[in-house]
Design a protein around this ligand. Sequence first.
Ligand SMILES: *Cc1c(COP(=O)(O)O)cnc(C)c1O
Length: 457
Amino acid sequence: MSINQTSDLVQRSLKSVWHPCTQMQHHESTPLIAVSKGEGAWLYGFKGERYLDAISSWWVNLFGHANPRINAAVKSQLDRVEHAMLAGFTHKGVVELSERLSGLTGNVLGHVFYASDGASAVEIALKMSFHFWKNTGRPLKQEFICLKGGYHGETIGALSVTDVPIFKSAYSELIKGTHVVPSPDFRVQGDSTVETADREQTSLQAAQKAALAVEELLKERAEHISALILEPLVQCAGGMAMHHPYYLTRIRELCETYSVHLIADEIAVGCARTGTFFAFEQATPAIWPDFMCLSKGISGGYLPLSLVMTRDSIYKAFYDEKITKAFLHSHSYTGNPLACSAALATLDIFRDDQVLSANKILSSKISKGLMSLQNDKRVKHFRNQGMIWAFDAVVEDPAKRDTFSRRFFAKALEHELLVRPIGNTVYLMPPYILSDDEVGLLTQRLHVVFDEVMGFD
Ligand SMILES: *Cc1c(COP(=O)(O)O)cnc(C)c1O
């Protein structure tokens, strides 16, 4: 396509497509990029310009764009069957995927229910939890607990357990009330601008304090509470708030004591993003939630696929002669074979390339490249968990803070990077396939972009 045709495509998009998570008017000053192809960590425009996808296209793309192995799996599935309904029918892909995912939990979470998007997986977990209590004679348990700054998607039900005002406030009248407990985010303890050696200690204290608040609430209200939902280790969309794994251990104990389900939303942190395949694996001793939601990376970033895993004991409470006891949630594309084939190919890559251990090396290389930011006076709370890095830019002027994210995004594009801060929190969530050269390019240019944006007048 010529330059004129490309800008024509952008103009047509602005005329006909309502883009997500965007004030469309901002596109009068913020660029809209037309993508012609993707390859590895890169997205390409039509004129040969390229962008290193340092946020995995909203955290979904794990092994690069147009990955040959995932491509082959989807193509081969396409020639067999593209889709068949999953009520009354089954197919090999969905069976294998369920077995392999359950296997990754030591078969503790032995049943898998499928949907397409993350928000729906959250809705399903909420409905299952509520319905479980009804089926087992405890219909008073109708309320949910979520964490301050937590994000679980944006359908009406998922918004009810989301605590990110920019997504929620406009719809408050439509949304059922939820108990919001303090975040275990380590940054709530003190506000130091310098990196302290006792991050571990600060973080543990924050987790203990936050868990106490949950205990108080459960003491009082557990009879009415169905489930607590959280994002294990990193509250992502709320601004990459990280917490100590102690929190998971303690919340699991409390949920057990007070007969409240624990829903782990691993939609963003699952699939090795935090260093283990499931973030929850970092809780000690080895424990599992009652429900685990997975989406985003599970299909390698190829196709919309989400799922909820749960325990056999929960599944059994629905197993009955009566239809009303069943979990009747019906979604047209449940267990879509193409999406399952992409997910199975993704799991194959994890296994064949020993991705978990390879990522440890990759993660330390990226951390090294970002080291100077840790002591930068313009940076607060530099943090890292597995394949997630984040820091808060110190932007005093409120007007500049408001536009920080957009300015950073535009400036990064000029330097061939796709980075899209959340407010003044800059983060990286790159795909797991960066070469040494790409790590160098990413970390060096991130510094340059940061310098330019911070020097903005
Ligand atoms: C992205 C996300 C969701 C919602 O997933 P969608 O596919 O965008 O609906 C839910 N929970 C978490 C933790 C997420 O990061």
